[in-house]
Design a protein around this ligand. Structure first.
Ligand code: GTP
Ligand code: MG
Length: 199
C-alpha cells in the first residue's frame, strides 16, 4: 500500500475546507521542525510530497494526502505547535486549526504525536497531550530523528518518554522510534498504521 499511489488532495487553511467523503484519516502533530512532513514522505516513500524544510513553520495548513487507489486512507500533515518565533496570532491560528480539527473529526482514526529524539518532551508537548487526554483522542508517540543521537541516548530518552506516557490517559502505551533520514522504524510504523486502518 505504501509503495502504491499517493496523491496530494488539498490544503485546508480553515475547517470549512476539510475534505469530504467517507475516508479514514490519520494525522501527524508535533512541534515545528520535529519532522512531521519528512516522516510522511518516508512512510509513503515519496521525497518532496509533503513539503519539508529546515525553517520551522514550513507547514501552515492542514494538508491531506490520499493513499491507495481506490483510496484506503488519508494522511493529514499539520502545522507545528510551539514555534516561538512565529507571530502570536499565527501560532494561535495554527493551534486552533489543529485542535479543532482533532477534536471534531469523526473519521480521524489515529493521531501521531512526534517528539524529537534530541529534545524529548517540552511543556508545549505536555499541554498538547493534555488537550488530547481531555478530549479522549487517543494518540501514539513517535520519536523522530533517531539518527541524530547515539544509541545509548536513544534508550534513555525512550525510557523517559515511556515513563511520562503513563501520566497521559489517552496515550498509546507503546512508542515508535524513527528516522526519516535513515528510514529507521519506518516499516514498523507502516505496519502499525495498517493495523489501525484495518481494525
Ligand atoms: P513544520 O512543518 O515547520 O512544523 O516542520 P515539520 O515537523 O514538518 O518538519 P520537517 O519534516 O519539515 O523537517 C524539519 C527539518 O528536520 C528538515 O530540515 C528535515 O530534513 C529534518 N529532518 C526531519 N526528519 C529527520 C530525520 O529523521 N533525521 C534527520 N537527521 N533530519 C530530519
Ligand atoms: Mg511540515
Amino acid at each position: 500500500i505504501f509503495s502504491g499511489p499517493v496523491t496530494f488532495l488539498k490544503s485546508a487553511p480553515d475547517l470549512k475546507f476539510l475534505p469530504d467523503g467517507n475516508v479514514m484519516e490519520i494525522a501527524f502533530a508535533g512541534r515545528s521542525n520535529v519532522g512531521k512532513s519528512s516522516l510522511i514522505n518516508a512512510l509513503v516513500n515519496r521525497n518532496g510530497l509533503a513539503r519539508a524544510s529546515n525553517t520551522p513553520g514550513r507547514t501552515q495548513e492542514l494538508n491531506f494526502f490520499d493513499v491507495g487507489s481506490p483510496i484506503l486512507f488519508r494522511i493529514c500533515d499539520m502545522p507545528g505547535y510551539g514555534f516561538a518565533k512565529a507571530p502570536v496570532a499565527t501560532v494561535q491560528k495554527w493551534r486552533h486549526l489543529v485542535n479543532d480539527y482533532l477534536r471534531g473529526r469523526q473519521k480521524l482514526k489515529r493521531t501521531f504525536v512526534l517528539i524529537d529524539a534530541r529534545h524529548g518532551f517540552k511543556d508545549v508537548d505536555r499541554d498538547f497531550m493534555k488537550m488530547l487526554d481531555d478530549a479522549a483522542i487517543s494518540y501514539r508517540i513517535v520519536i523522530t530523528k533517531a539518527d541524530k543521537i547515539k544509541n545509548s541516548e536513544l534508550v534513555k530518552i525512550s525510557e523517559e518518554v515511556q515513563a511520562e506516557l503513563r501520566k497521559h490517559s489517552a496515550a498509546y502505551p507503546e512508542i515508535s522510534i524513527t528516522s526519516a533520514e535513515k528510514k529507521g522504524g519506518i516499516d514498523e510504523l507502516r505496519a502499525f498504521i495498517l493495523e489501525t486502518i484495518e481494525t
